[in-house]
Every structure is written in C-alpha cells, then in structure tokens.
Write a protein that binds this ligand. Structure first.
Ligand code: GLA
Length: 393
C-alpha cells in the first residue's frame, strides 16, 4: 500500500469535484549525519533526504482563495491570497502561507488553489517536517504558477519564509536537504556559499538507524535562538583578530586556538569551541568516507555528540541516554544526536546483523533511564522535492 492511496478521493470529498487537474507533489524530511549547529555560522553540514516526508495534492481554483487541509490535522485554513498574514490559530498552515508570500514578494502571480497535505514524518521528531511542508508547497506553487523557479531559489525562499513569516531563526540545512536531496547520497554543503557536492553513502554491511527519543521538545525554539545569538556575539568579539574570515564557519581550529583567550565568557567560548571543531570534524569525516573507513566516520559522529553535549549543551538526558546505550551495542560503529537537539532523534550506523539487537538493547536501557519508549526507523535516503507523475511515492 502506498502512502498516497485514497488521497485524490479524500481531496474531492473535501474540496468537491473540479475541471482542473489534481497534481501530486512530494518533499522529504532529512537526517543530518554530521555538522550540527554549524549552518547558521556559514560552516559545513552533511545531511541526506529521507524517504519520509510530506505529499501534497493541489488544484487551481478560478478565484483568489486558498484552502489548506491536512490528513493529519483536523484544523483547516482558508485565506484570501490578497491578504496573507500569520495567524497563530492556523498552526501548521502558516508554513504554506509563508511560502505563498515568498512567491508573491518575487512578483509571481499566485492563482487560487486547494491543497491537501499528507505526511508520515513523526511529529516533533526533529526530522524537518516543517521544511518538508515548505518545500512541497514550493514545488506545487512552482508548477501551478508555471514560474519555473530553480530549486535553489525555492530552498532559499523556504528558509526566508521560516525566518520571517514563522519567526524561527533557522539556518539553511533543512530546506536545502529537502529540496536538493538525491537518493543514495548525502550532501556536503558549505552554508556560507551554498557550494555543495553529492557524496554517495556507501555503507556496505551497515545501515542507518534513526531512534526517536519520543520526548516532547520544549523550549527548543528559544534555546535554538539563544545558541545562535551566542555564536553571533562570539564572532563579533573575535572579528578584529581574524583578518580574513567572513564568518565563524571559516575559522580553523588552529586559528581559533590562537585567539580563543579574547573571549572572556566561558559559555561563549564553549559554544565557539563546538562550532569550530565541528567544522573540522565534518572535513575529517569526509576524508574517512573517501578512504572507505567507516569506523573513522563513526568516531567523528561520536565526537560530534560529545561536543554537542559538553560544549554546546543541546542534548539533554534523553539524547544522552540513547547515545550511551547505542555506543555499547556490538555492531554500532557510530551514533549521535541529529538536528537541533533538546529531544528529537539520534542517528546511528549499525551492522545489518546487529539491527535487531540494537533495537532491543537501546530500547531496554533507554526506557530504564528515562521511562520513555523510543521508536526506531531503519531509513533509506531518497530524492528531494519533486512532482509525482505516477501517483505513487
Ligand atoms: C535545526 C535548524 C537547522 C540547523 C539544525 C542544527 O534543524 O532548522 O537550520 O541549524 O537545527 O544543526
């Protein structure tokens, strides 16, 4: 059975029959393998698109009304395209509204349309369900308006929508991964310039396993914004001593060691220590992958978690419990939190023969420490946002 079975029928039940065709689109969530909390400093990230994501069936209307519905939420929204504003009660529907606004700001005439979303990314798991709603709306609008905007514009517009319309100060990683993903590949992205390369994820006898803490993410947005501003503050202090770096993401570990004593606040020093060493770890992990040394790649992942735990302080008991349990399992060679932190998911590299053992052992230990039951997803790496022509996945 496919995720989109019955979606057209549901669409017509909700919005009625019509003469215009119903078109179907998809955009994925993402998992980040290494390079965490580096994107908004202009540094490196290494995410991949998942086969989990958000589908959207959309059809033009002859007026300037937009109706938004979702199979997962009771709440629907209706808006007049001539006066789009953020409304807290519209909840999830603010993401597509923000995207429409970006098209309009670009001077693209957006016709009225009905749209029905359907997603299978677990809510609040930190696997970028919001970026996938933004990107699926973006590809739908691109098709319905015939605007033909390039994917990289859609990606940047989605980030602007999230920053300005929603008010979350995120970097570009999630939208980039959801828009530009490629099956079987992760993407090494330099966030300052958006230069990137696809890197085949050749894991041989190993498999990626995502583990969900199933912890509600509280205060995540405010803590996220706080970390971001600590980095900005820190870079401001360092800038007079860094001749050539235009952003924190460009500062080498060597250079950082020379100037770190200029930063008086121990907290800010820890934050910068994380960002600078994390960028170096992304480079080291690329070298490891290129050399086919998965063990070394896994080591980089674990060092990344430790730095996010000790220097950046965004893990928390739940993610740390997953980390401690996962690394003890024979056959797990790499593990770390993924995404913003404060709950959400971890990602691990596990031998194919050890996946079952991994689930059992991690679940048991994790529940003992936290009282929570984790969820496991053995994941595949899929393509970025696109229109579906066959009505399938
Ligand atoms: C969230 C943000 C991203 C990135 C990660 C942390 O997912 O949306 O832009 O900053 O956190 O790496």
């Amino acid at each position: 059975m496919s995720e989109t079975d019955g979606l057209y029928e549901q669409f017509e039940q909700l919005f009625g029959a019509g003469t215009e065709p119903i078109r179907l689109f998809f955009a994925p969530g993402r998992v980040n393998l290494i390079g965490e909390h580096t994107d908004y400093t202009g540094g490196y990230v290494f995410p991949a698109a998942l086969t989990f994501g958000t589908w959207a069936a959309a059809r033009r209307r002859p007026d300037s009304v937009c109706r938004l519905a979702s199979t997962g939420f009771v709440r629907q929204a209706e808006c007049d395209l001539t006066e789009l504003i953020y409304k807290p009660e519209d909840d999830w529907a603010n993401y597509p509204k923000g995207m429409i606004r970006e098209f309009q700001t670009k001077g693209i005439q957006v016709p009225g349309f009905d749209i029905l979303f359907h997603g299978n990314i677990p809510n609040g798991a930190g696997l970028s369900s919001s970026a996938s709603i933004e990107l699926v709306t973006a590809v739908a609008l691109n098709a319905l308006t015939g605007a033909g905007m390039p994917m990289i514009w859609l990606v940047q517009a989605a980030q602007r929508a999230e920053n300005q319309f929603i008010g979350v100060n995120c970097g570009i990683m999630d939208q980039f991964a959801s828009g530009m993903g490629k099956a079987g590949h992760a993407m090494l992205l330099k966030c300052e310039t958006l230069e990137f390369q696809y890197v085949p994820l050749l894991l041989g006898d190993y498999q990626l396993v995502i583990t969900n803490t199933n912890k509600r993410r509280e205060l995540a947005d405010s803590k996220y914004n706080e970390r971001r501003s600590e980095c900005e503050q820190g870079f401001g202090i360092l800038q007079p001593y860094l001749q050539s770096a235009t952003c924190l993401g460009e500062v080498s570990v060597e250079h950082w060691r020379q100037v770190s004593d200029k930063v008086e606040s121990p907290i800010i020093r820890k934050r910068l220590e994380h960002v600078v060493t994390e960028n170096a770890r992304v480079q080291a992990s690329m070298d490891a992958l290129q050399a086919g040394d998965l063990l070394a790649f896994g080591q980089c992942m674990m060092q990344s978690h430790e730095s996010l735990r000790d220097q950046y302080e965004v893990t928390g008991i739940e993610l740390d419990a997953l980390f401690d349990e996962a690394r003890r399992v024979d056959g797990c060679i790499g593990t770390r939190m993924t995404g913003a932190g404060f709950g959400g998911c971890s990602v691990s590299v596990v031998h194919l023969d050890a996946v079952e053992l991994f689930r059992q052992q991690v679940a048991q230990g994790y529940t003992k420490t936290t009282g929570l039951t984790p969820a496991f997803y053995v994941c595949s790496i899929g393509d970025g946002a696109h229109e579906l022509t066959d009505g399938g996945n």
